[in-house]
Design a protein around this ligand. Structure first.
Ligand SMILES: [Fe+2]
Length: 184
């Protein structure tokens, strides 16, 4: 496996500023007590609605994930692949992919609970999220943070049953069709 099997930077012509502003606005308006995981319907907001209409294999719902202290090794439940976009304080963090003999699948709707306590799983690849990427959620991964600031990302799943490699293939065609026009 090489780095492209875990994560791929992707130039979908996203207006990251617009997306970031939308996400920050949603967080500030959220009345949830626990804001570590905020799920919102893409169609109810202008910019995500436009993106969804251009890339219909994206899920109808987006998730904003805020990690105060990183996250232990796990495999995501209910998705194979996501579009991850840095929102705040991602520079001082590292996402690690691990070689694991057992799967540590997170529980539906409660992805921060049933995680592995083994944080010493062999590292196979790591990167820092600084631009939008297609992320392979089906391989054991963790996040470590190196600052006290909360790290926030937008994680927008691709619909099942698409696998990571299928999504990468579909998006390649999409990028060719789009000819890197910006999604306004
Ligand atoms: Fe995950």
């Amino acid at each position: 496996m090489n780095s492209q099997d875990y994560v791929r930077p992707v130039n979908l012509g996203l207006d990251c500023e617009k997306l970031r502003n939308q996400v920050i606005d949603i967080i500030s308006r959220s009345t949830l007590y626990d804001k570590r995981k905020i799920v919102f319907p893409a169609q109810e907001y202008e910019y995500t609605s436009t993106v969804l209409s251009k890339i219909p294999i994206l899920s109808s719902h987006c998730t904003i994930i805020t990690l105060p202290n990183g996250i232990k090794p796990h495999i995501d439940f209910g998705r194979n692949c996501a579009l991850n976009v840095p929102i705040a304080n991602c520079e001082k963090s590292r996402t690690i992919f691990h070689k694991a003999s057992n799967e540590y699948r997170s529980a539906p709707g409660n992805s921060f609970i049933k995680l592995s306590n083994q944080i010493d799983l062999e590292e196979i690849f790591s990167f820092t999220l600084t631009e939008p990427v297609i992320f392979n959620n089906s391989i054991t991964h963790s996040v470590v943070t190196y600052s006290n600031l909360e790290r926030t990302i937008l994680s927008w799943s691709f619909n099942l049953p698409y696998t990571y490699s299928q999504v990468c293939e579909i998006l390649n065609d999409f990028i060719n069709d789009l000819k890197l026009e910006k999604i306004q």
